[in-house]
Design a protein around this ligand. Sequence first.
Ligand code: ADP
Ligand code: ZN
Length: 762
Amino acid sequence: MPDTNASGPTSAGGLLVEVAVALPLFETFTYRVPRADAGLTLGAQVIVPFGPRKVTGFVVGFTDQAPRQLKDIEEIVAGEPALDESIMELCRWAAAYYLAPFGEILRAALPQGERASAAKRVRLTPQGERLLAQESAGAMGFASLALDDADRALLKRLRVARSLSVRALERTGAAGRLAALQASALVEVGDEVQGRVGRRKVRPAKEQALIAPEGPAPAPTLPVLTQHQAEALRVLDDARRGGYATFLLHGITGSGKTEVYLRLIAEVRQAGKGALVLVPEIALTPQLAARFRARFGDDVAVLHSGLAPTERRAAWRRLRAGQVGIALGARSAVFAPVRDLAVVVVDEEHDGSFKQEDGVRYHARDLAVVRAQKAGALAILGSATPSLETYHNVELGRFRRLMLPTRANPVAAARPLPPLEIVDLRQHPPGRDGLLSPRLVEAMTANLAAGEQTILFLNRRGFSPLVLCRGCGNIVRCNQCAVSMTYHQASNKLVCHYCGDTTAPPSVCPKCRRPSLERMGTGTERVESVVRERFPTARVARLDRDTAGVGRASKLDAVLASVAKGDVDILVGTQMVTKGHDFAGVTLVGVLLPDQGMHLPDFRAAERTFQILEQVAGRAGRGERPGRVIVQTYSPDYPAIVALLTHDYEGFVRDELKRRQEARYPPFARMVALRLDGPDARSVEAAAGQICEAARAAGGGAVRVLGPSEAPIAILRGRTRWQVWLSGTDRGALVVAARGAAAVPLPRGIRLAVDVDPQSVL
Ligand code: ADP
Ligand code: ZN
């Protein structure tokens, strides 16, 4: 709460603004801007007094209702608004829809580095003053220090704030209250700059490549569109002139969806308007970014997680200024400040990574549609395997569907998608390696002899996912989490795939102390070693988070590039290999064991299995030569597998939708997951009980309350986890139930996360 002893010499009047503070609070607060002509716009980032603290906030509205106690805005951080009005509108919608604090979603919408939460104000120390004076006099001031980006940016801000306020003071005299405040920003409490400079004496400024410079884009020769592409483009180009609409571009893998986006965006740019393109994981699809750059050169800002905060901010600024017209990025790019937005593309719209799984748990695809709606723009959701939600929206007439039923490459188009071949592992067990069935080995051998490439997919990294004691049956578990540790051979470590904790592999069972531990099961690391042994002449590469970990984008690019060049015969990997790669030389895809994904306690398990297998199958036979897809499974009768045999998406979806409707699952109902965690198991369980009752009481008959139940991963990072799921068709009632639950006062240390439209059951 803002404290009650409002202070400061305020002149009567002034502008009243509504501020959302960057704290997990649902209310906004009213502050006064002492000078109404200060040019404060909606979206501006400010620092306001908040209780004993000073915190970052955003101007979200203007008002003439003064509360009894009124405090003044302390400082305007950025002259230009941090967020423009349309993005603020989007955030306002998201806050209401996701039951999230407005300030928090605003913060999520900002490029990293502008997230100055609960900012402490700092001033220049005498040392800082001295360096600044040196710098103004033309000598090496701050520039003589090796600083990291954050510090450099901070110093620069202090310098700019100082020069602004000096000039403002000169212009307006002492009457300029804001100017005076800005001046005070430099002389108020705190000596953090000194402290930070002292601590990080010589730390070289981070050198991070922004957007790999590719020189001027050579005029690309554009392929002649297929009839289906041309028709889709015509419909979309017409539609964009008519304002908001959402289209599903439903095209089989390799049907040329990307080419349609590129052409449409070229039209949009011709018309002087902007475009936003969201992709699941930008680092995984360098080919896609390269195609955009080849087509649009500097007119596209590629927003990936490897960008340093300053680079990201610079990209944001260029977009906002209209210097760059196209933004391409993952989930959080849905907030990118593209000017005059005319089209929003969500590629692979079914992909689970569009859902933010902590903080404000938004779904970027859904926000993209809302953003398009608010901007009067066109939204295009592209997929070979649309989510059931999107498919259902087509059935309801909310979205229109365009089909690309054939592959775009004229040679590949002449043949149907390769049929799936199923190896029933119950009848045809794998050979002595316990992994590769004779049929798959045969196919791999032939492929290798023909000089063609193979992809092997197993959705589990590491060497073996279980370390089990043959003596007592104990499984080695993470100390922090209720999950088994995975053995990694390269590092010779046990790793928890949920919290990242690593330990040395014990030589005896931690429980019975006998030396009878055995590594069981298979991950990609073991697949790689089996394959190398079996095919000693083959050039083998592996792609998973261990070989291409986060922040090691260059390694990932290198693997993908060598596969594209044909320097790899067999690529082994997790779902990283299933994403939109376009390798013409891949003619065989082997799926090793999809069974674990099928049997997750998740109502979307079948949908996910279908999507991931259809995607990986789509990697085969994209070039001149036909492809083969071999799936080894113990569950050949699993409906998604049966449908995959003939790539029967429609058939699968029809049955699956029926099942969902009967079970009252999305898209026929909406869900909200209430996720609780805390250090003490009993109090979390008790709190979950209370939350459950409160939800029942508030929701009345219109809301089904499921639970409370222990989460499938019952302990994570030492915190016990419980869940309560709400479901119903009446969104209003669901919101009331969720609010009722969220209002329950919880004991210290227990956290409650409200997850609207949850995607994860874990
Ligand atoms: P999708 O996005 O549907 O998977 P892409 O747009 O990546 O498909 O196209 C698949 C491949 O076909 C790419 O190599 C692309 O360059 C090529 N392609 C796309 N459209 C055409 C076309 N009209 N003629 C020839 N090749 C095309
Ligand atoms: Zn763990």
